[in-house]
Design a protein around this ligand. Structure first.
Ligand code: FE2
Length: 236
């Protein structure tokens, strides 16, 4: 499955053509850099987003396309037959049931690259800030498709969930981050790296703070991620 998912990621990037005006960048660190229009459209599509550091000052790619993509999202589970079959594997439904997620709905999917040397940081966040249900019901599934280590930007997770700190809200054509709770993001002895081998699945609650460091190593750190919510909870 890991090999098939990696192959499919490569094929999507190969087939992706973009002129300079369509080059959407994904950045969690600097949300002003993030291509908000492309992000909104990607909810129901398969779109490629570039690493922030993939371009020079004149907007030219500094690495080849295959090493420039930050992520592909966010409807791979609906729009890509190969990824759909993995995303709707009955074993995932069984995990959702075990976790008590009633009527699980597959809301979002992404291939996250974390390219060698230029792979961008993902700042501390909770996935429930981006997929809002009442009550909170988001659960994240995160597969390492390559070994994930501290060096190439593995996940870091908090030891406690805590309250939902912020909410990412659609405003007109764009998005704004609304603060909800002033509890600081964890640090020091309250955070742990999750180094895992390719093929490992990490499942975590939508309130768990997590982050990942930039990748300055020579090894890429490809991951596939799904987010589910409960169909019994109210969608915003
Ligand atoms: Fe996340």
């Amino acid at each position: 499955a890991v090999d098939a998912l990696k192959r499919r990621a490569g094929e999507i990037v190969d087939a992706f053509e973009s002129g300079p005006e369509e080059r959407a960048v994904f950045s969690s660190r600097d949300r002003a850099q993030l291509s908000q229009h492309a992000l909104a459209e990607s909810a129901g599509e398969v779109r490629c987003f570039f690493e922030e550091e993939a371009f020079d000052g004149d907007g030219r790619l500094v690495v080849d396309k295959a090493h420039a993509i930050n992520k592909i999202g966010h409807a791979l589970h609906d729009r890509d037959a190969a990824l759909e079959s993995y995303s709707r594997d009955p074993r995932l439904a069984a995990i959702a049931a075990e976790l008590g997620v009633a009527d699980p709905l597959l809301m979002q999917s992404m291939l996250i690259f974390k390219q060698p040397r230029i792979g961008g940081e993902v700042v501390w966040h909770q996935d429930a800030s981006f997929l809002i249900t009442e009550p909170q019901s988001v659960v994240g599934f995160w597969w390492a498709l390559e070994d994930a280590t501290v060096d190439n930007g593995c996940l870091w997770v908090a030891t406690q969930r805590g309250p939902l700190r912020e909410r990412y809200v659609r405003r007109g054509e764009g998005f704004v981050t609304e603060p909800l709770d002033a509890t600081p993001w964890p640090s020091g002895s309250d955070i742990r790296p999750r180094e895992v081998e390719a093929g490992t699945l990490i499942v975590f609650d939508g309130l768990l703070p997590h982050a990942s460091a930039p990748n300055r190593s020579a090894k890429s750190r490809l991951a596939y991620s799904l987010h589910i919510t409960s169909g019994r909870a109210a969608w915003s």
